[in-house]
Design a protein around this ligand. Structure first.
Ligand SMILES: [Zn+2]
Length: 406
């Protein structure tokens, strides 16, 4: 995949968000989940006060807040040394102090006292939209922790209500990934007909890939993904809500590239995931005829192609460049034109975003089985307030019928 040295134009900016500063963020331990992205106070239930906090859970939940030990101590109005000692296993956090910490973290006490499973979980990549964006260590820890906790909540909610076999292939540990071949294999497994992918999210969900759309609390990252190597573990793509359809589709395809190709951190993984995404959405020989003899006088042609392929104009230009349908000079001209048109920040023609349905359907089944939202929040190890904020709560099935029919 040719990568021009000068990526200062619109396309460069566009692709900048696909290139994270830290490609993979390893999380050595796995723990439980509550989200710390909003600051609204919610009291958690006073359960589990006899137990003490699991130190790994405590660290993870604090990091999901983006808080230092000092921040947490301040919010919970406890001594900072107490937090520090608890996280280092030097003291037990329990009773009213534990309750105060849980309240500050907006999570159930049961989450903090839950012994964290010891399996490893890697989060494959973080996306940056802004060129100048540099994640601080705290921000990296935060997105990693949020991803980790999201997986725990999602796995808990799916348990017993979801039995979809995973159909997407996965590169064996020592094989060097070939993104183009891998994308073709994935399309084959997804049963996608030649040409554009009509609904990428639906195809992935039908193949056992879980897509969780939720606010990530920042525009600095678009998605984060993981597929642990433990038995029965699912590929999970967590995607920031509010993305444009073309960006969302490329982001999801990119994350899928990570989970099917990348097991451990390595070089060139961002370029590989980009090439995988482009090849998945627009296989070389299927899109090539549409991009042949492309010139900068043909923006109308690109705008027409955008809804057909569900890819941005910038991504289509890049595709033409990677397939050698335009020269280096033409590519630079395109970048200049895209900049001058203002399309680096906003392109014409909106592509509708795709919305996953798996999680919503599972929650509907739980409701139908008689569970309340509070029950489901407990299963997710979250407060009901946070659960309602981040999960797609369906209206209760049959509620209308019950009201009308008595
Ligand atoms: Zn990536």
């Amino acid at each position: 995949m040719a990568v021009p040295g000068d990526l200062t134009g619109a396309i460069g900016k566009y692709f900048e968000w696909m290139r994270p500063a830290n490609m993979r963020h390893m999380i050595p331990e796995r723990c439980s989940g509550c989200y710390g992205l909003d600051m609204e106070a919610t009291r958690s239930e006073p359960d589990g006060l006899g137990a003490s906090a699991d130190r790994r859970s405590l660290v993870l939940v604090r990091e999901a807040k983006g808080w230092t030990q000092r921040d947490l101590a301040g919010q919970a109005q406890v001594n900072q040394s107490t937090i520090s000692k608890a996280e280092n296993g030097l003291t037990e956090l329990k009773g009213q102090t534990l309750q105060a910490v849980a309240d500050a973290l907006e999570c159930p006490v049961a989450l903090l006292t839950n012994p964290a499973p010891r399996s490893a979980l890697d989060v494959s990549c973080l996306h940056h939209r802004r060129r100048a964006s540099r994640l601080t260590a705290t921000a990296k820890n935060k997105i990693g922790a949020v991803a980790h906790l999201s997986r725990l909540s999602v796995e808990n909610l799916l348990a017993g209500y979801y039995d979809m076999p995973v159909l997407v292939p996965r590169v064996a540990e020592l094989d060097p990934p070939d993104p183009v071949t891998m994308a073709a294999q994935v399309r084959d497994r997804l049963g996608v007909a030649p040409g554009p992918v009509p609904n990428l999210v639906a195809s992935l969900e039908a193949a056992g890939v879980v897509v969780f759309e939720r606010p990530l609390g920042s525009t600095a990252q678009d998605a984060v993904s993981s597929w642990p190597h433990g038995p029965g573990q699912l590929p999970l793509l967590i995607v920031n809500s509010g993305l444009s359809g073309d960006r969302q589709r490329f982001t999801i395809a990119h994350e899928l590239g990570h989970v099917v190709m990348h097991r451990l951190p390595g070089e060139d993984q961002e370029a590989q995931a980009d090439l995988f995404a482009a090849s998945l959405l627009a296989p070389p020989e299927e899109i090539r005829p549409a991009l042949t003899v492309l010139t900068t006088a043909q923006f109308r042609r690109l705008i027409e192609l955008k809804p057909v392929w569900g890819m941005s104009v910038a991504a289509l230009v890049r595709r033409a460049y990677d397939l050698d349908e335009i020269s280096d000079r033409q590519y630079r001209e395109f970048q200049l034109r895209l900049t001058n048109l203002g399309w680096k920040t906003s392109e014409p023609v909106d592509i509708p975003a795709e919305h996953p349905t798996t999680l919503r359907a599972v929650l509907e089944r739980r409701l139908a089985a008689g569970e309340s939202v509070a029950d489901m929040a407990r299963t997710a190890l979250m407060t009901e307030h946070s659960f309602r904020r981040y999960f797609p709560i369906p209206s209760r099935p049959g509620a209308l019928t019950a009201q009308n029919g008595g």
